[in-house]
Design a protein around this ligand. Sequence first.
Ligand code: 1HE
Length: 260
Amino acid sequence: MSSKGLAAQLPSSLAAERHGSVAVLKLNRPQKRNALDDETIIGIEQFFTSLPEDIGAVLIAGDGEHFSAGLDLTELKERNVTQGIAHSGLWHRAFDKIQFGKVPVVAVLHGAVVGGGLEHVRVAERSAYYALPEGSRGIYVGGGGSVRLPPLIGVARMMDMMLTGRTYSAEEGQAIGLTTYLVENGKGFAKGLELAQRIAGNAPLTNFAVMHALPRIAQMSPASGFAMEALVSSIAQADGEAKARLKDFLEKRGPKATRD
Ligand code: 1HE
């Protein structure tokens, strides 16, 4: 695998490689359980802002026994309020580039998953478990968790996790909507890559609409949502890519919607 065309200047805590039209970003700091320091967050932002045109999806995975231990706690010691606000902004910007970036993002989760939950499709291995240990550290989520997590698992569950320190297992995470795929240990990367490759093969306009229009429509009033949906669907279907794919199906060349 090569890293051709992918951000050349990544910090050593990140590694990138290409698998065809899928760009793989690996958290590569297993000795610190992939804790996220400023350099890593800036590297993530850079990676997502400089994706080559021919990349159709991104796969994120973590090296070592754990996906990520979340915020690097060693960097927290010296920060004052103003610096704290700037740091929060850094995370918000970087993760916005994932959530509302150019292409859909698939994450493979295993071991400790502290933070996260912002990618579009999440695959968990059985070893995965989810924690929000801020309560026990005297801090509060600052990377966007209060905004991004409640739509997935609800405010009550997030409160419970933060107040009591309870964790959810991979199976529980699947049941409460944190992940949509659950696979055996060691099988996450292959499954994630398969999904990312499938996503990269979609029409770009469909992927754009799913990432950018769908979550916003879901927050609109029903009346605005229906109007927006009508516009987005008509734009998508008028595109040449849609016309070609519909023709393929009608002429018996396109894939059928069969069971997995
Ligand atoms: C770290 C970090 C870290 C490990 N920052 N250095 N996140 C947390 O509160 C989670 C803290 N971490 C843990 O609970 C555990 O490390 C794990 C359950 C993830 C893994 O346990 P284990 O036994 O495999 O590893 P370890 O021995 O605890 O850690 C290995 C090394 O990684 C050790 O350093 P070393 O120099 O002594 O070898 C640890 O200090 C280091 N390490 N986690 C810094 N997080 C902006 S909003 C986001 C809010 C949050 O994410 S808050 C949650 C913070």
